[in-house]
Design a protein around this ligand. Structure first.
Ligand SMILES: Nc1nc2c(c(=O)[nH]1)N[C@H]1C(S)=C(S)[C@@H](COP(=O)(O)OP(=O)(O)OC[C@H]3O[C@@H](n4cnc5c(=O)[nH]c(N)nc54)[C@H](O)[C@@H]3O)O[C@H]1N2
Ligand SMILES: Nc1nc2c(c(=O)[nH]1)N[C@H]1C(S)=C(S)[C@@H](COP(=O)(O)OP(=O)(O)OC[C@H]3O[C@@H](n4cnc5c(=O)[nH]c(N)nc54)[C@H](O)[C@@H]3O)O[C@H]1N2
Ligand code: SF4
Ligand SMILES: [Mo]
Length: 712
């Protein structure tokens, strides 16, 4: 028996794990009490890692398609044959249409995140995509960069407990930006932090809150402006901080006058007194801080929503201060993205570059292509043809808005490769399938941005199963095969280069190598607060916190936040609302699954066997639905079924359905992906957020009925 200390990376987090081995077989996973992050805790997904590692349905070796696309007929091939097939097809696409005709898709914030743009640039395509760039986390990062010159997160480390935590559109004690942060907020509540929760559902966290604001889905922009209105008009802001360190206060004052509390109450369906109480409680706390989730990033007004909410932190002076938000320490620079290998001509071809200038444009150090524009190009050949796709841990049929359009676009392609842990509804459409290593099978160094990059942690290759490889290894090996410059370095050499760059910023990290990091498991640099005072200013064009964004103005967008009615609501589409009278929101994650993953892990599925739709009992009764009944949920785009959970706390006009549901146990190649998939109801069509390209996933219209056909 032997043990290895590593970090679980089964979600965005990095909880410390002790892995017990009997010979070369993992027999037990335990939380590591020495982890400075999770301190002896892990969630159920990490603890059940062995079930994933040795699951009989894992993809075990490379395969190629034998029958028609999506027919489910596969033949085993060697890695060399797989690389040859991929190389041959990519080269064919490049010579016929140009490298931009290849889209490289990755899934949400995984270990290979930085390596995908690196490979794309090396290959010569500007078109890499990741769902988070417009829909999750990156709008918050952009708002931070724009307003404060840095991305910032809650300080749980200095010993100063936040007095008040505003939890906005976030199921934090279940999800959290990085998994281990769910434990931080639980600890902060135990130490006396008071909560304000903004959520259409009364989540377990909302049940613990002093104030729960049941917002109408998709109207968080108005609510934030209403709270800013109260804080400004009642002079509850931090006068000294605002005078000394902010830019554009007068302009913001004028803008928020358009949002008196009574108007905001009408828009958001929240009683005016609650809006005032929330603003007063937040501004009145000695230290107040903000935790926010992806619910505010699933609307076509994402950027202004996120900016408006972030300004609450600026006006109340809770910035870079113990118990408030603190500014990123940037302990570990990104690996080189090989940006020099992508010509200017190619980068100007990035899909969405001209339209969505904050996400895809040249100002962004990390620009990616616009997902709907990429799928549109597959379907129509406009603005130019996209003919091949490489997927690395992306389950687009389940995760993209508009499952039907995603399917149609993928079916039209000349070539698709997909690297995955399991056969999914998306991977089933590929020509070549590559078996991916899971979190216990690969090496990585990582500095979680949700911990403001003051910690470096490692993930270690504890074992290897079958013929699985890490995505990073595949980028290297494929590059070598194709004679590209990427393959000059191995993953370990890339990590060493990152650590060398880290040492140039933080001298205490000198001579740190990946091998050394493996011995250390974790490394933290001390957090500094008030950095803007020490360097006299913020890293923004004006050197101040930009309430009025000069960058947004320069890029041709409104420099001040505003509210916009959701494009499909009872107010914006009253005719449609006659047929689809209920408001639908999607998401609302659960502890047992990570996005579209884990539905085949027996002990996780057992705890949450079916998809759940939340309804008010009156709404259910009106449609003859009882608690636990299967319900049809229908939007103008399609119909799915989920199981009813009745709650008095829901607004009777709102329903919430879970996302990510497919049935890996089904024999059919689509794995029942049309049955309960929330994205059958959504669309990735316009309107889009003008600067980010985000589309609507929260706050659409739907209707419901009882499903008598489904066997319960
Ligand atoms: N309606 C609706 N749609 C949504 C959302 C919503 O709330 N509502 N949320 C959106 C958000 S925030 C996100 S981030 C996206 C997520 O969308 P995706 O990233 O597409 O979905 P995931 O399920 O996270 O990951 C996809 C696949 O990665 C595989 N995988 C896991 N680890 C590895 C690995 O190491 N290598 C490889 N190659 N594969 C691996 C998993 O098996 C899984 O099938 O969905 C978005 N879609
Ligand atoms: N266990 C687990 N952890 C995860 C994930 C997972 O699937 N499972 N997914 C990971 C990913 S990719 C992400 S992006 C994060 C997502 O995690 P969160 O940011 O927490 O996102 P959700 O749980 O989808 O939604 C958060 C809350 O928003 C509420 N909500 C719905 N519509 C609205 C709205 O219009 N306004 C407001 N204010 N609230 C609304 C929902 O009721 C829900 O309680 O979690 C990550 N961590
Ligand atoms: S929270 Fe995330 S990192 Fe922590 S144990 Fe769970 S899956 Fe692993
Ligand atoms: Mo996400």
């Amino acid at each position: 028996m032997k043990t290895v200390k590593t970090s679980c990376r089964s979600c965005h987090g990095g909880c410390g794990a002790i892995v017990h081995l009997d010979g070369d077989r993992v027999v037990k996973i335990q939380p590591d009490p020495d982890s400075p992050l999770s301190k002896g805790r892990m969630c159920i997904k990490g603890l059940k890692g062995i079930e994933l590692l040795y699951h009989p349905d894992r993809l075990k070796y490379p395969m190629k398609r034998l029958g028609g696309r999506g027919e489910g007929k596969w033949g085993r091939i060697t890695w060399d044959e797989a690389y040859d097939l991929i190389a041959e097809n990519l080269q064919k696409t490049i010579s016929q249409y140009g490298a931009e005709a290849i889209v490289i898709a990755q899934g949400t914030g995984r270990h290979m995140f930085q390596h995908v743009p690196r490979f794309a640039n090396t290959l010569g395509t500007p078109n890499w995509i990741e769902p988070g760039m417009a829909m999750c986390f990156f709008p918050r990062v952009q708002a931070g960069m724009m307003g404060f010159g840095a991305f910032s997160v809650v300080d749980y480390y200095s010993g100063v407990n936040p007095e008040c935590i505003l939890v906005w559109g976030h199921n934090h004690d279940v999800t959290s930006a990085g998994g281990e942060c769910q434990f931080f907020i639980q600890d902060a509540i135990k130490r006396g932090a008071k909560l304000i929760v903004i959520d259409p559902r009364k989540t377990p966290l909302a049940s613990k809150a002093e104030l729960w604001l049941r917002v109408r889905p998709g109207t968080d922009d108005a609510l934030a402006l209403g709270m800013l209105n109260v804080i400004i008009n009642e002079k509850l802001f931090d006068r000294e901080f605002v005078e000394k360190w902010t830019y554009g206060f007068e302009a913001l004052c004028a803008r928020v006058q358009e949002y008196p509390v009574e108007r905001v109450s009408e828009i958001t369906w929240i009683p005016a007194e609650q809006i005032r109480a929330a603003a007063r409680m937040f501004a009145g706390a000695g230290t107040a801080t903000l935790e926010w989730g992806c619910a505010i990033e699933h609307t076509p007004n994402t950027m202004q929503t996120v900016r408006a909410i972030s300004l609450l932190m600026a006006l109340t002076g809770n910035y870079d201060k113990p118990g408030g938000w603190y500014e990123g320490m940037n302990v570990l620079p990104s690996p080189s993205h090989n940006s020099h290998l992508l010509s200017r001509e190619q980068s100007l071809k990035r899909l969405g570059e001209k339209e969505f200038r904050v996400m895809a444009g040249a100002h962004n150090p990390f620009p990616s292509a616009h997902i709907p524009t990429a799928y549109q190009a597959m379907l129509t050949g406009e603005p130019y043809p996209v003919r091949a796709m490489m997927l690395f841990g992306n389950n687009g049929i389940m995760s993209n808005g508009g499952a039907q359009a995603t399917h149609e676009a993928m079916m039209s392609l000349d070539f698709i490769s997909s690297m995955e842990l399991f056969m999914t509804p998306t991977t089933a459409l590929a020509d070549v399938v590559l078996p991916a290593a899971s979190w216990l099978e690969l090496d990585e160094i990582y500095a979680p941005p949700d911990l403001a990059s003051h910690t470096i942690l490692v993930q270690k290759q504890v074992v290897r199963t079958h013929e699985c490889k890490s995505d990073e290894e595949v980028f290297c090996e494929l590059s070598r095969k194709m004679g590209l410059e990427y393959g000059a370095e191995t993953p370990e050499e890339i990590y060493d280069a990152q650590l060398a760059a880290a040492a140039r910023l933080h001298p205490q990290l000198e001579r740190l190598t990946f091998q050394k990091m493996k011995e250390l498991s974790y490394l933290q640099i001390p957090i500094e607060f008030g950095k803007y005072e020490k360097r006299s200013g913020f890293r923004t064009p004006t050197g101040k916190v930009e309430l009025y964004s000069t960058l947004m103005e320069k890029l041709g967008y409104d420099p001040l936040p505003y509210y916009e009615e959701p494009p499909e609501s009872p107010y914006s589409q009253p005719l449609l609302a006659k047929d689809f009278p209920l408001i639908l929101t999607t998401g609302g994650r659960v502890a047992n699954f990570f996005c579209t993953e884990h539905h085949q892990i027996p002990s996780l599925r057992k705890g949450h066997p079916n998809p759940i739709v939340d309804l008010h009992p009156d709404t259910a009764r009106e449609h003859g639905i009882a608690d636990g009944d299967w319900v049809y949920i229908e939007s103008p785009r399609g119909r799915i079924t989920q199981k009813a959970r009745l709650s008095q706390d829901m607004d009777p006009r709102v329903v919430n359905c879970e996302y990510g549901w497919w049935y890996p146990e089904r024999e059919t190649q689509d794995f029942g992906c049309w049955e309960s998939n929330a994205n059958v109801l959504t669309t990735m069509g316009p309107p889009y957020d003008p600067s980010m390209g985000t589309y609507q996933l929260r706050g659409l219209l739907c209707r419901i009925s009882k499903n008598d056909d489904r066997d319960t």
